[in-house]
Design a protein around this ligand. Structure first.
Ligand code: NAD
Length: 359
């Protein structure tokens, strides 16, 4: 199969980790007889330096014309003092909106070889930790009206409007219920319906969608309780569906209990097969350029691309199995290294080489 992939390497460790993911994708092509064409496009800090804006129109056009988009990470101190709409992160929000990617899928699974990297007690994770967060991505407070002003008494105010329409809640809930049907058949809808109107609408619509999936076990959970339950008993969760801001926070929490930010991939999907695939971590400026970054989250994001955008399940499984094999053999990047016996610390490029060689 021939596929066109737009590649946003971005800033910091972005170029290093994306290079390793492409190495692995190339090995998949060689093994399975596919051909992937990669087109590099600019977004984030590097786009600001080259063009003055974080998301050039050319990037949007090339992404829209591609079969899928692979992204490293954007951002860094150099651009931190720019106004919000000109910061690298504005590129991230912009590309999600421009490609109409309303669903962010973040699996958090504790892999057996990394059990010792989990900060939770063993008795908590003994019942397993394998959940998916389905986060609404282009609504809520991140996209609502923003205002900063000083009133006539000289007091400064700022607000971010958290707003949702019924159809936005409905379509993201459908993604969650469809996913639960392919997993363990359980959905928790996360909201703050005891306080927020937007959450009360969320609850009303999620219940309507749940009624269409009688085979899926469904419950509501308040976001504060959910944050607590994720460290108390994460094994109770299968699919969590929630709005943008809550999902941003909970998914970082969920990823951390699996051991390392460097392990967790994500997929952002819309109504078509065009998706954007990226690790959930940032550009890690503290280790950029040192060949120390863990490329696994980006490599697993490429695996998600094969499954969700290209319908290549066997190829996707081959990548996941290669990652597990390399971890089982004791290879670790510095972020997931421990003093357990038999572990070997490897660089970013060595980890990419090892995974590619096990495909
Ligand atoms: P970060 O995720 O970049 O780093 C947090 C910590 O985790 C750092 O110590 C870093 O070294 C480590 N880390 C992250 N990814 C790693 C990997 N693959 N391998 C090994 N260690 C890894 O978060 P931050 O430091 O808060 O943010 C840095 C920059 O990234 C900021 O400019 C922020 O805005 C941006 N950011 C971008 C994205 C994105 O592109 N999607 C997401 C989050 C943050």
């Amino acid at each position: 199969m021939n596929k066109n992939i737009a590649v946003i390497k971005g800033d910091g460790i972005g170029p290093e980790i994306v290079t390793e993911a492409i190495k692995v994708l190339d090995k998949v092509c060689a093994k399975f007889g596919h051909s992937f064409k990669y087109t590099d496009v600019l977004m984030g800090g590097c786009a600001i330096d080259a063009t003055g804006v974080p998301l050039p129109q050319e990037t949007i056009d090339i992404c829209l014309a591609s079969d899928s988009v692979l992204l490293g990470a954007v951002g860094g101190q150099k651009w931190d003092t720019l106004p919000g709409n000109l910061r690298p992160e504005a590129g991230l929000l912009g590309i999600r909106g421009a490609l109409k990617l309303f669903a962010n899928i973040r699996p958090a699974k504790l892999l057996a070889p990394l059990a010792s990297a989990c900060p939770l007690k063993k008795e908590i994770t003994d019942s397993g930790l394998d959940l998916v967060i389905v986060r609404e991505l282009i609504g809520g407070a991140y996209f609502g009206e923003k205002k900063t002003y000083t009133d006539d008494k000289g007091v400064k105010h700022a607000s971010d409007l958290m707003t949702y329409a019924d159809y936005e809640v409905e379509r993201i809930c459908r993604v969650a219920f469809d996913m639960a049907r392919k997993r363990r058949g359980k959905v928790h809808s996360v909201d703050k319906a005891n306080v927020l109107d937007s959450s009360r609408l969320w609850r009303e619509i999620s219940h309507k969608v749940a009624a269409k999936y009688p085979d899926v076990e469904f419950s509501d959970i308040l976001v504060d309780n959910c944050a607590m339950q994720l460290v108390r008993n994460p094994g109770q969760f299968d699919v969590l569906v929630t709005e943008n801001l809550f999902g941003d926070i909970l998914s970082d929490e969920a990823s951390m209990i699996t051991g390392s930010l460097g392990m967790i991939p994500s997929a952002s999907l819309g109504e078509t097969s065009l998706g954007l695939y990226e690790p959930i971590h940032g550009s890690a400026p503290d280790i950029a350029g040192q060949n120390k970054a863990n490329p696994i989250a980006t490599i697993l994001s490429a695996a998600m691309m094969l499954k969700y955008s290209f319908d290549m399940s066997a190829e996707s499984d081959a990548i996941e199995n290669a990652v597990t094999a390399v971890l089982n053999e004791g290879y670790r990047t510095a972020d997931i290294m421990s003093d357990a016996a038999g572990l070997k610390c490897v660089s970013c490029t060595e980890m990419g080489d090892l995974i590619a060689s096990r495909i």
